[in-house]
Design a protein around this ligand. Structure first.
Ligand code: DUC
Ligand code: ZN
Ligand code: ZN
Length: 475
């Protein structure tokens, strides 16, 4: 073998299934050998027995996504990926969103322009389908699925995004035929509109009433409906940002019946509650996201779901709006009705360290579950594996060397997003990425980004193997 570019020595390596101590040999941005290496390399990093995991795959984040209400997302592909890299994420999957009345290719082209020359790490796109016209169903979507965009999101709520059940069925049938994975935002839109009107008539418009407008029962109903539609079509779906025990139970019961339902949860459902939406003035708007944070009891159930495998994916759902900004959370004014406040919390940089610190180090989940949830399973589900999401010969050298002997207070000034707050301000953490590597380059070290904008590559997502073809080929 010609000389390696880089060897990482004395690494305590963890994958989704194994742990071992040794060296990682890297050449041309890829891992080429693992084990006890005596060979030479141009560069050596001594991990000094630190834990080394695959770089994170944040499979749900919003960057520079055009908004229908005049608000502006605070992070673009530059700031968002710098923030991701500093927090140990080496691949992001944000959303190219179709605007109603427009095509899907138009959305994808626009999103590529937005990404141009900006990302410091690699990225793929999810699609959001908001207008499944005959042209979209027969031409655009099948074409895109075959060309590296093999997953798309369906919304059951939000006026400018939502689809009805018939439209969802059409898209699920297409996903089955073409080998795509549909992700579903499960909340019952009519129930939200009805409750929001009642709250408004009673003068209950402060941020904390956002949680009352979207109680667990409306997430449970929509999750049940999404599962039923998937069962009818006989196709796997992934339910995103599950927040409540009620919705999780629907998923768990479907899985127990053998229905292939995948599920994602996010940090805001482990570390925030509806009480965080309370506070003076608009303060509670900082934690407005949908579905909303729930109760401490729900948090415990979500931890259980992570531990027992109900959830495959742990994403940030980073949806960055500045608080003190009239294009951010104050888009509709300083005393806005909750229904007009942009939804979303930031979290692209804190996702990995929060789960390492509170999950692995407090023994709520093990290190293999951590790797699977943050990297391996999302890479597999979204067609990026084994280039991404694991540590093995042939994979990209996307790695995190962890410091796990820390004790510090998280504060927004440590973070690199373009948001003026973190919902996790003041939390005590014990872990943070020491070195973050993307394709063998050190892109972040001890909370400093060392990468240049534009080095990130677009990743084509492989499609799932279409069920029909699988069955035909088996007989
Ligand atoms: N909810 C979403 O569905 N997307 C972005 C942010 C949010 O709160
Ligand atoms: Zn959503
Ligand atoms: Zn989202």
């Amino acid at each position: 073998m010609s000389e390696l570019d880089l060897i990482i020595r004395n690494a305590r390596i963890a994958t989704a299934t194994e742990s071992f101590t040794g060296c990682i040999g890297i050449k041309d941005g890829r891992i080429v050998v693992l084990g006890d290496l005596s060979s030479a390399a141009a560069q050596v990093i001594d991990a000094e027995q630190r834990l080394v995991t695959p770089g994170g795959v944040d499979a749900h984040c919003h960057l520079d996504q055009p908004m229908g209400d005049g608000s502006i997302m605070a992070d673009d592909f530059a700031t968002g990926t710098v923030s991701a890299a500093c927090g140990g994420t080496t691949t992001v999957i944000p959303f190219a969103c179709q605007l109603k009345g427009h095509g899907l290719h138009e959305a994808v082209d626009d999103y590529h322009r937005r990404a141009q020359d900006k990302p410091v790490i690699d990225y793929a796109f999810h699609l959001i389908v908001t207008d499944p016209t005959a042209e979209v169903l027969s031409q655009e979507l099948p074409e895109l699925i075959g060309n590296g965009y093999s997953h798309f999101k369906i919304y059951m709520t939000y006026d400018d995004l939502k689809l009805n059940d018939r439209q969802i069925l059409d898209l699920l049938a297409l996903a089955r035929r073409e080998g795509a994975l549909a992700m579903i935002h499960a909340e019952n839109d009519d129930c939200i509109a009805w409750l929001t009107d009642i709250l408004e008539e009673a003068g209950k418009t402060a941020p904390r009433y956002h949680a009352d407008s979207r109680p667990p029962v409306i997430e449970r109903e929509a999750a049940h409906r999404a599962i039923s539609l998937a069962e009818l079509v006989d196709v796997p779906v992934l339910i995103v940002h599950v927040s409540s025990n009620a919705a999780m139970t629907q998923i768990q019961q479907a899985q127990a019946r053998g229905i292939p339902i995948f599920a994602e949860t996010c940090p805001q459902y482990l570390f925030l509650t509806a009480d965080d939406l309370d506070g003076p003035g608009l303060e509670g708007a900082k934690c407005i996201c949908s579905p909303p944070p729930r109760t401490l009891e729900d948090q415990e159930h979500i931890w259980r779901g992570l531990k027992t495998g109900v959830f495959q994916v742990f994403s940030s759902d980073h949806a960055p709006f500045r608080f003190d900004d009239d294009k951010g959370k104050r888009n509709a004014g300083p005393n806005a009705n909750f229904r007009l406040i942009p939804n979303g919390v930031p979290g692209i940089e804190t996702r990995m360290a929060l789960l390492m610190s509170e999950g692995v180090m407090k023994q709520r989940i093990d290190i293999h579950q951590f790797v699977s949830l943050t990297a391996t399973a999302p890479a597999k589900l979204y067609g990026l594996y084994p280039h991404k999401g694991t540590i093995c010969p042939g994979s990209d050298a996307d790695l995190v060397i962890w410091d796990t002997n820390l004790e510090f207070e998280l504060t927004n000034s440590l973070l690199h997003h373009n948001v003026d707050y973190t919902p996790y301000e003041g939390m005590k953490l014990r872990a943070w990425p020491h070195i973050v590597m993307s394709r063998g380059d050190v892109v972040a070290k001890d909370g400093h980004c060392l990468a240049s904008p534009g080095r990130g590559n677009f990743l084509e997502s492989a499609r799932r193997y279409p069920l029909e073809r699988q069955h035909q080929e088996m007989v």
